[in-house]
Design a binder for this molecule. Structure first.
Ligand SMILES: *Cc1c(COP(=O)(O)O)cnc(C)c1O
Length: 487
């Protein structure tokens, strides 16, 4: 029996070229016209059911697959590229970045390391992140999937360096005393997962009370460190947050750096939201002291609007960074020249094979320049102030917390309703705005009060968009209150 040799390459390159051209044309229109579509819409059951089919045994033509994407996928996005999406804390992506992801996949290179152009760009982008945050060029750093992974990298280096033992060889069971990490009670949930994955346990992460401004209370931090020392525990690391998820509060980085220096603790900054304020002339002062940290986690897929995913971990002491992850199996031995020469990039983290996520960041930074990204951050800050003022001026709308950066916490409160009813009312407003596709905000609870939360981290948002949000929340609130009164 003779086999026809097979390949994944198209049998007809010209036919594939035509489909690819259509995809690019449609993509340009899709992004250009995003404002004319709803932010989000629910998938009809027939669309949803098609995603439950099993793995196809035989292939089908690419144009048919693309037709399914056009009908079943493109109309049902999460919504974060829309100008009126302000949920959680996301980026709004950008077209050039999307081209970067496409070209990265075309090149197909593995960024585990080796001597090739993509590896140079990966290292260059990490160096740019150091420049942006004021870190020294000789610091260590790596691009990872996002902020959660960037924090895990920084905290792992902190654990190993501060452990006082050969932790890689002996493991946490050999620690002479349990290690303690400190973060405020506003800390992002990824840090709990990090300390758990690091084998230290959730209890190793002490939540230090925050003050009235939702910043870590520094006298409480002092107290916690002293208590732990007295109890025979090992205070090891303070995790300062530059921009909390709830309210955007920025811990006092200078003071925390002083405390860490005095106490001999590692300072890690979770800068997933706020580290990039350092590139905004009017934002820089908010994160003064960030470069004093021993490690920083930041998130280019948030305030640089890179398409998901890309995060970045920076570690001041490159030797400590390498020392936490570097291994040299015989099959990854370097060579004096050729593809396997040069430093391995996988030595700075947990992945061996790595994607070329640097390219989308590199292209967008080259196209727009750093100054424009700084201005866009200031634009978000100005937009958040505008929204804050509009809320304050609108009857029945209440600001729930002073706006620190670009996160606005507010709610509809006609007065006289019990707290549980206010929560129910605002949850319904939030969900209806999503279902009608007008705007997307999320919710949270700050200081025991439920509120809507708009994270204005979106280069497509205009003041008009925020005015629409204010009007719509007020309108829906009034409608819902009258419905309940009638019903
Ligand atoms: C978003 C965020 C994270 C997690 O980052 P991902 O990119 O979602 O993994 C961690 N900390 C803070 C403060 C964040 O805002």
């Amino acid at each position: 029996m003779s086999h026809t040799p097979e390949t994944l390459d198209p049998a007809d390159w010209e036919a594939h070229r035509a489909v690819a051209h259509r995809m690019v044309d449609d993509a340009v229109n899709y992004v250009r016209d995003v404002r004319s579509r709803p932010v989000w819409q629910d998938m009809p059951p027939d669309v949803r059911s098609r995603f439950r089919d099993g793995v196809p045994e035989d292939g089908q033509p690419l144009p048919e697959i693309y037709r399914q994407i056009v009908t079943d996928v493109l109309p049902y996005p999460m919504g974060n590229i829309h100008p009126r999406f302000w949920m959680w804390y996301m980026g709004a992506s950008n077209f050039t970045g999307a081209l970067g992801d496409f070209l990265a996949a075309i090149l197909g290179s593995n960024l585990g390391g080796g001597d090739h152009a993509a590896a140079e760009i990966d290292k260059q982008v990490v160096n740019w992140m150091k420049e942006m945050t004021g870190y020294p060029p000789e610091a260590g750093g790596t691009l990872v999937s996002g902020g959660s992974m960037a924090n895990l990298i920084g905290l792992t280096v902190a654990r190993n360096t501060m452990s006082g033992i050969d932790l890689r060889e002996l493991g946490v069971g050999a620690l002479p005393a349990p290690m303690r990490f400190y973060g405020s009670d506003q800390i992002h949930s990824c840090h709990q997962i990090a300390v758990e994955a690091m084998g230290l346990g959730n209890r190793a992460l002490r939540r230090v009370p925050s003050d009235a401004a939702c910043r870590m209370d520094l006298s409480a931090l002092h107290g916690a460190i002293a208590d732990d020392r007295a109890a025979g525990l090992h205070p090891a690391c303070v995790i300062a947050t530059a921009g909390t998820v709830n309210t955007g509060a920025i811990d006092d980085l200078q003071a925390i750096a002083d405390i860490c220096a005095a106490e001999g603790l590692w300072m890690h900054v979770d800068g997933c939201i706020g580290a990039l304020l350092a590139i905004a002339p009017r934002g820089r002062a908010l994160v003064r002291g960030i470069a004093r940290a021993d490690s920083i986690a930041l998130d280019p897929h948030k305030w640089l609007h890179a398409p998901f995913e890309v995060g970045c971990a920076l570690v001041r002491d490159a030797e400590a960074h390498l020392g936490a992850f570097s291994v040299m199996p015989e099959y990854l031995e370097g060579a004096p020249r050729g593809i396997a020469s040069g430093a391995w990039l996988h030595d700075f983290g947990l992945q061996t094979s790595r994607g070329f996520r640097a390219l989308k960041v590199w292209m967008a930074l080259k196209e727009h320049g750093l100054a424009k990204f700084g201005r866009l951050i200031e634009q978000d800050l100005a937009h958040a102030r505008h929204l804050t003022e509009r809320i304050a001026a609108k009857p029945n709308l209440e600001l729930c917390f002073p706006t620190a950066i670009n996160i606005v916490c507010f709610r509809y409160d006609p007065g006289g309703l019990p707290e549980a009813a206010v929560k129910q009312l605002n949850t319904e407003i939030m969900v209806r705005m999503q279902e009608t596709g007008i705007a997307a905000v999320s919710d949270t609870t700050v200081r025991g009060r439920h509120c809507l939360r708009a994270a204005v981290n979106n280069h497509r948002t205009t003041k008009d968009d925020l005015d629409i949000l204010v009007e719509e929340v007020a309108r829906l609130g009034a409608v819902l209150v009258s419905e309940t009164l009638v019903g």
